[in-house]
Design a protein around this ligand. Sequence first.
Ligand SMILES: [Zn+2]
Length: 182
Amino acid sequence: MPELQTLNCGNCGAPLEIPTSVNYVTCRFCHSQLHVQRTESVVFTEVIQSLQQETSRLSEATEVLKLKHSLLELEQNWEQKLHSLAVQGKPAFIQRPNRNLAILLGILITIAGIFLFAFGVLVNPFFILAALLGTPLVISLIVREFQNRNELAEDAVHFQQRRQELLDKIAQRERTGCISCD
Ligand SMILES: [Zn+2]
């Protein structure tokens, strides 16, 4: 039987029976890793790492990893979206469309439609059909193009904001190593 000595855990204070030959021990109450310090006059345990410290360090690292994963996912999704919108290798056009220009274009098309309709009444009924079908079609195409570009421009802003948020959070956590900051 090895000789046992009773020492208190340096973290939680619980009494631990430790063989005199052992220098490192884990507290069976709080699971801290302890170093048994033996000087000529005193013997005591020193906390190397408490479970709490270790756990919070790990959960912090996990949190940073999760954030980095979210960032990667966000960037990949955005790349994918841009890629899917690219036409023959040309990157998607991201700029908020000009509302006034779209309205002006709509008015011009309507006027052209009215002329086409009048021309149809006076000359050839075929143009009446062309005016009645063509005008709404062209206008709806303009409206859709406007909406698509507007949506894409908004998505781009949202992507940048979300990306910056994540970058800030990662930087903050890596700088302070703080556990509960949001
Ligand atoms: Zn302990």
